[in-house]
Write a protein that binds this ligand. Structure first.
Ligand code: PMP
Length: 439
């Protein structure tokens, strides 16, 4: 019998994956995100993880929820456990419109399509609008899960700069002009206006109108991703882009951060003409979103004080933000700067020149603290002097301890950089954790 090994790949070497040559071209760009690569190490109990963006569920009323869910199945199980429509349950779509009204969106329930988290909505929007080679404009940095989706559809990402007031309109104009001059077709602007992941900043209200005007003038659709909009630490909200230009904005919403991420219930609110295509895309992906989970969300919104629950979340995240900012101020070495979010989950930290956050990560994990290097949030290799710190999940005490450990690692790193030069130019300084695409 001849031995059956994997066929040699194009380089002639034997790959571990015998299917390598069969993949579609679009699969070549699919690699594990840096966040996922980190997950295994960062989840060890001795490591303080400031890396993942897991919502903090400890404030949820689990007892009453479990009674309601049991009741749902016994009273309505034959509906709850059955297929539904790709559009989503009508009563839930009505309630979603009530939720969106908190940010001044006046949508019709017919134009809402319920999705499996807003991640699925991102996939659908990209699928129906982007051909390979098209350009998506996105803030730099941007949400890693969106970048993964854009790459999967072989779409080019052009980043647009942000400052403490969010996306910079002038940078948007320049990016559009550069794409037009290069003959590149821009399909949409992907933006996270509120409590940005990972940058922690919010788009100012005057800039909202300006950005919408620029996009409309250039025939560019706006995809507004807003999972954190109700998590302002003072209960403050901002008018959604969708409320200001309903005909040119596809809005993506989610119950992951305001209720329960594990239920995987999100939605899109699209211009009426787009809704049909979105529904067809949803149907071919999942047939329909899970009926039981939609009913759980709908029952929760009908019977629980969900606005009060969101207030508890705001308070929990605010305490954690305060702990993180206080610890950064107290412990970080000179030369670091960071954003101070007034909502959401994330702080974006910039370290002094000479430190490479990706190269430093293994040493941080050895010192029992994890973060995500800024490079994961750019499609173009930037971000090595930045990192995302998330404060959503650990307790305030753990956050303080995590920042203390991080500061010690950073100080050592700076001392080494001062003595031997920038970390990534020293011999033997290559990454010691698995590269993201192999983990
Ligand atoms: N958009 C952004 C900006 C996010 O941070 C996330 C989750 N981290 C998502 C979309 C996806 O959320 P979900 O699929 O859970 O609704």
């Amino acid at each position: 019998m001849t031995s059956v090994g994997p066929p040699p790949d194009r380089s002639g070497s034997r790959s571990l994956d015998p299917h390598l040559r069969r993949y579609a071209a679009r699969a070549a760009g699919m690699t594990a995100s840096e966040v996922r690569a980190l997950f295994a190490v960062a989840s060890r109990p001795e490591v303080v993880s400031l890396a993942g963006g897991m919502p903090n569920l400890t404030a949820l009323p689990l007892d009453s929820l479990s009674t309601e869910i049991a009741d749902l199945v016994s009273a309505d199980g034959l509906v709850a456990l059955q297929y539904g429509s790709a559009h989503g349950l009508p009563e839930l779509r009505d309630q979603i419109c009530e939720v969106m009204a908190l940010e001044e969106v006046r949508g019709h329930p017919d134009d809402v399509v319920v999705t499996v988290g807003s991640q699925m909505a991102l996939d659908m929007v990209t699928r129906i609008f982007c051909d390979p080679g098209d350009v998506v404009l996105a803030e730099g940095p941007s949400y890693v899960g969106a970048l993964g989706t854009f790459t999967a559809y072989q779409t080019g990402v052009v980043h647009v700069a942000m400052d403490e007031h969010g996306l910079v309109p002038e940078a948007l104009r320049e990016a559009i002009t550069a794409c037009e001059a290069a003959g590149r077709r821009v399909k949409f602007l992907y933006t996270i206006p509120n409590f940005h992941n990972p940058a922690g900043v919010t788009l100012s209200v005057p800039r909202r109108a300006e950005i919408l005007e620029i996009c409309a003038r250039h025939g560019i659709l706006v995809v507004e991703d807003n999972p954190y909009g109700l998590l302002g630490f003072d209960g403050q909200t901002y008018p959604a882009l969708r409320s200001m230009d309903p005909d040119n904005v596809v809005y993506l919403g989610s119950f992951s951060k305001t209720f329960a991420a594990g239920l995987r219930v999100g939605w899109t609110l699209a211009p009426h003409a787009v809704r049909e295509k979105l529904m067809l895309a949803a149907e071919s992906a999942t047939l329909c979103p899970p009926t039981l989970n939609q009913m759980i969300v709908s029952r929760y919104l009908a019977t629980h004080d969900w606005r009060g629950q969101i207030k508890s979340f705001q308070q929990a995240y605010r305490e954690r933000r305060d702990a993180m900012i206080a610890a950064l101020e107290q412990h970080l070495p000179d030369g670091c700067s960071w954003t101070v979010p007034d909502g959401g989950f994330f702080v974006w930290l910039t370290v002094p020149g000479g430190v490479d956050t990706k190269a430093m990560l293994p040493r941080a994990v050895t010192a029992r603290v994890a973060y995500v290097s800024g490079t994961g949030f750019y499609a173009d290799g930037l971000g090595s002097r930045q990192m995302r710190l998330s404060f959503c999940y650990p307790t305030p005490e753990r956050i303080t301890e995590g920042v203390r450990r991080l500061s010690a690692v950073l100080s050592d790193e700076l001392e080494l950089a001062a003595t031997f030069g920038p970390i990534n130019q020293r011999p033997g300084s290559g990454p010691q954790v698995p590269a993201p695409d192999t983990a």
